[in-house]
Design a protein around this ligand. Structure first.
Ligand SMILES: *[C@@H]1O[C@H](CO)[C@@H](O)[C@H](O)[C@H]1NC(C)=O
Ligand SMILES: *[C@@H]1O[C@H](CO)[C@@H](O)[C@H](O)[C@H]1NC(C)=O
Length: 231
């Protein structure tokens, strides 16, 4: 996730562009109209969901029945990430996903989660659009899980948005190599324990307390759509 300050910039810009006086309700409605679905988290149809947007893109996130969600975004602007799964996550969960994934530009389809103590943001990237996220992280090695090879990487995020506000923390990554082809139907299985054990063997230890663990679609300065069912 990128900085929450982008939200303030967008809000300020939205207010500034108004020709007529408004009030705070009006500003919020305008922001919502411009940014689409407002950020939220909760439980829907038996699954935890998390949806976060900096409101710079036009994005619509919809919770559907069971473990299904859909997301459309456009505007080639800003950062957004959403999906369904569980809270808390755990070390051994085997996660299935299926649906369609059609990014246009920079985007990931990933098992995505957080731990505390230590605060870690993690990704098992199954597919991505134009940008391979492993190009900006430090490569630790490779791991074979569920019949596929993944590059294992870590990187630091400084003063970045997190589940505990703005923090400095590590990101852990497994990036499927080759990626699953985006642009249409997609499905797969991620044995999180396989990745987490590999990460430990490279000195990348998740925190002792799991927060959410979802199958997320993320977009960054891009457009696209996804409809994903998680189980
Ligand atoms: C604030 O703006 C909203 C949306 O335009 C409007 O519905 C509401 O009546 C306004 N409230 C006040 C107190 O002016
Ligand atoms: C995941 O898919 C596998 C087959 O690919 C199946 O055996 C397993 O029951 C599925 N698990 C869940 C939780 O849906």
């Amino acid at each position: 996730m990128v900085s929450f300050s982008a939200l303030l910039v967008t809000l300020t810009a939205a207010i500034g562009s108004l020709a007529v006086p408004t009030n705070s309700t009006g500003a919020a409605e305008l922001l919502q109209a411009r940014g689409g679905t407002p950020s939220s988290q909760g439980t829907h149809s038996g699954y935890f969901y998390s949806w976060w947007t900096d409101n710079a893109a036009q994005a619509t996130y919809t919770n559907l029945n069971g473990g299904q969600y859909s997301l459309q975004w456009s505007g080639n602007n800003g950062n957004l990430v959403g999906g369904k799964g569980w809270n808390p996550g755990y070390n051994g969960r085997v996660i299935n996903y299926s649906g369609t994934y059609q990014p246009n530009g920079n985007s990931y389809l990933a098992v995505y989660g957080w731990t505390r103590n230590a605060l870690i943001e993690y990704y098992v990237v199954e597919s991505y659009g134009s940008y391979n996220p492993s190009s900006a992280a430090q490569r630790k090695g490779t791991v074979s899980c569920n019949g596929a090879s993944y590059d294992v990487l870590s990187t630091w995020r400084y003063n970045a948005p997190s589940i505990d506000g703005t923090q400095t923390f590590q990101q852990f990554w497994s990036v499927r190599n080759p990626k699953k082809q985006p642009g249409g139907s997609i499905s797969g299985t991620v044995d999180t324990g396989c990745h987490f054990r590999a990460w430990s063997s490279f000195g990348m230890n998740l925190g002792s307390s799991h927060n959410y663990q979802i199958v997320a679609t993320e977009g960054y300065q891009s457009s696209g759509s996804a409809t994903i069912t998680v189980s």
